[in-house]
Design a protein around this ligand. Sequence first.
Ligand SMILES: Cc1ncc(COP(=O)(O)O)c(C=O)c1O
Length: 380
Amino acid sequence: MSVAATVPALLPTYARTDVTFVSGEGCWLTDTGGKRYLDLLGGIAVVSLGHCHPAPLAAAHAQLDDLWHTSNLYGTEPMIRFATLLSERFGGGARAFFCNSGAEAVEAALKWARKATGRPELVALENSFHGRTHGALAVTGQPAKRAPFEPLKPLARFATLNDVASLEALVGPQTAAILIEPVQGEGGIHPADAAFLAAARALADEHEALLVFDEVQCGLGRTGTFFAWEQSAVRPDAVVLAKGLANGLPIGVLLVSDGAPDGFVAGDHGSTFGGNPVVCAAACAVVEAIDSDLLARVTAGGARLTAGLAALPGVEEVRGRGLMLGAELDRPAGPVVAAALEAGLLVGTAGDRVLRLVPPLTVSAEELDYGLSILHEALA
Ligand SMILES: Cc1ncc(COP(=O)(O)O)c(C=O)c1O
């Protein structure tokens, strides 16, 4: 399986392989040649319920027949229902702003924090990832991704994950918000300690700053609870979600907690497609499917996959929560991903030596074992 050097009609922003998929069902994809692949990457933590899951599929189909778009000058039933569902999951009283991607949701959070506090500074974490737009990039703590685009606008300072003293040194009276991924994804799958999140909450309260969690990748059941923060019991002032929200249709959301300020007034922010009724109809079906049974499956599947990965040759450490796992290897991960693809398995990387597994939450024990057997061959 080779990396396609160039596709003339595409800008070269991705090192795309030469596999072209035509259909998917559950955890399985089929390419143009009819070959089937087990998908333990889930469109990079997006296809939470599996490909073409009947519930969001039926909801989107039905909505396509009724109404596609109205603009945000008017309400639509799916958008209002979806906002209400998210608010209930947050504990009630939360308010949503809808957009189309994770980076846009982070942008909304940055503007919201600036407006709500009137302060210029943001404290984020080294090794974090918040998106590729200029504002989201400015709080992304990986110099290689940031440097080519500097100077970037928001004044971002970077503390170290799980180092409370580094956070204490940076949060102060000019801090608008502290921005944290409860489990860092792109940076290599690094969970934040409950004590670190609690310290961030206390510092935000002390300095009247806002605490924002980026759960674009780790939210929506992926770690075994609907929001990843529920496991630490540290409630943020706002959370941003995207990826898994509509099982593959594009959507992002900034969800502001009941106790936090509105920040925005009419005209402060917007998105033409945000809250699209077809996407919101699918998203309602996704959120309704993330129930206690599915969350228990995620926890059990995560434990099985963790143990299986730890037993593979060349695996030095397994990190993560639920079905958001990274296996640190004793070698570069890229060739292992390529060998697995050749053998009919999709997994990803999160850094040079980290294999990333973020499968559909519906993956079965048998599918996990089959994926592990292919990885065993690839690593042997
Ligand atoms: C934690 C986190 N925040 C933000 C983003 C950006 O999301 P998007 O690619 O939808 O803009 C990502 C994407 O990987 C992410 O993992």
